[in-house]
Design a protein around this ligand. Structure first.
Ligand code: AMP
Length: 426
């Protein structure tokens, strides 16, 4: 078994890892850390749950500690991420791993007041973790100077492109010094990612640890066939009968998330919803309550759930299957993290037959269908088209969102997704 001791990290970082109880590096960490420490550019395919955050944070802190800059207040490292949740999570990691070092890191994201961020930047932050839109707000207000950045990380770059951030990213890149180290992390190597990598990275080391669908292999998955109108009762029963705790439930729409969380609460199960229409403070509170067990069931939309970082998340429930099979893999990747056991339950009604089949095709395996006693689907019920309830609408902005609410989609993506809605045969 490999150990952190041989990767080239110094004592304060090793102490922080020990405190976290990490005994061995994950594969992405074992591969990426030594390469990053050689000051190479890196293109890494790694999904959430692989330990990628520590994979770039640890060597970043190590390299920053190796020399002192002329201006101790200058921004030396910039991490860009698609959503405020992910920014908050990366910022937490920087604080955790850098606890024994003397760096200041600050998170920058939209949807909250800009003045505390300006104050933090004025006090001096060597490490800035930001969503692109709000970072550009600071640039235009001249409250941040990016001319001394030595180290750039694009985290979840594929999502940033999906969310329409490419122009914002390019504007930011133009403000950075030419000589710097660049890391690009993405769940996939889609052609747009390769193009961005070609423009951004200098002879990168390419690291690919987990195949795209590997989460699907380590998670126990079950499909429960059930009628659409009875899903909520079945969910409540499963939570009670199996005594499920810390259950993350996915719905397709924000409205659906609210309704379901209210239903569960009325039935005596402590539940809350998290999605892009909620204020940042409401989301943070819901997440904190969920983490400490005060909320048993957290109902979330796909995009809001990205960046939720919780150790040992034991159960993921697909209350509704996602319209795009890849989202299923993202969803169940929330459980079974870093090699731990996880379980993913999906409630599948007749309308979702095509979606279920697409998922099985994508992950190249059949998922067991288990009918729960008393919930056998009524064969006389006819399929209905799935309502077009993605988190997009005519209100979607025609340009990149300035504030990463995490739930807005560009029209381009909306078009891509709606084209994959199930056929009217079902
Ligand atoms: P990430 O993929 O960066 O979101 O990390 C997934 C989870 O794995 C996080 O909750 C980390 O705290 C945890 N983690 C990261 N590295 C290790 C490690 N070497 N050993 C055990 N857990 C880890």
């Amino acid at each position: 078994m490999s150990s952190f001791n041989t990767l080239g990290l110094s004592a304060p970082l090793l102490a922080a890892l020990k405190k976290q109880g990490y005994t061995a590096p994950t594969p992405i960490q074992a591969q990426a850390i030594p390469v990053i420490l050689q000051r190479r550019d890196v293109l890494a395919a790694a999904q959430t749950g692989t330990g990628k955050t520590a994979g770039f944070t640890l060597p970043m802190l190590e390299l920053l500690s190796q020399h002192k800059p002329a201006n101790p207040k200058a921004v030396r490292a910039l991490v860009l991420a698609p959503t405020r949740e992910l920014v908050a999570q990366v910022h937490e990691s920087v604080k955790t791993y850098g606890a024994g070092m003397n760096f200041h890191a600050t998170p920058i994201f939209g949807g909250v007041g800009i003045h505390p961020q300006i104050s933090a930047l004025r006090r001096g932050a060597q490490i800035v973790v930001a969503t692109p839109g709000r970072l550009l707000d600071h640039v235009s207000q001249r409250t941040i100077d990016l001319s001394k950045v030595e180290f750039l990380v694009l985290d979840e770059a594929d999502r940033m492109l999906d969310m329409g951030f490419i122009h914002d990213i390019k504007k930011i890149l133009a403000l950075l010094p030419k000589k710097r180290q660049n890391l690009l992390f993405s769940a996939t190597f889609a052609p747009e990612i390769k193009r961005l990598a070609g423009e951004l990275l200098d002879s990168p080391e390419v690291i690919e640890v987990a195949r795209q669908n590997s989460a699907a292999e380590s998670v126990k998955q079950t499909f429960h066939p059930v009628d659409r109108e009875r899903k909520r009762d079945l969910l409540a029963q499963l939570i009670r009968d199996q005594d499920l705790k810390q259950v993350l439930v996915f719905t397709r729409t924000k409205h659906g998330a609210n309704k379901l969380s209210e239903f569960l609460t009325r039935g005596g199960l402590r539940a809350d919803a998290i999605h892009g229409n909620k204020s940042q403070s409401a989301r943070t509170k819901a997440l904190a309550d969920f983490k400490k067990g005060a909320v048993r069931v957290l109902v979330a939309t796909d995009i809001a759930a990205r960046g939720i970082d919780i150790d040992h998340l034991p159960h993921v429930v697909n209350y509704e299957l996602p319209n795009v099979a890849e989202d299923y893999v993202h969803r169940i990747g929330r459980t079974g993290r870093a090699g731990r056991e996880g379980e993913a339950i999906s409630l599948v009604c007749i309308d979702e037959k095509d979606l279920a089949r697409n998922i099985e095709r994508l992950i190249k395996r059949e998922i067991p269908k288990v009918v729960v006693e008393g919930y056998a689907p009524d064969p006389s019920i006819r399929p209905e088209p799935i309502p077009n309830g993605r988190n997009r609408s005519s209100r979607a902005p025609s340009r990149a969102p300035r504030h990463a609410t995490g739930d807005r989609r560009t029209p381009r993506e909306g078009a891509r997704r709606s084209s994959r809605r199930p056929s009217s045969r079902y």
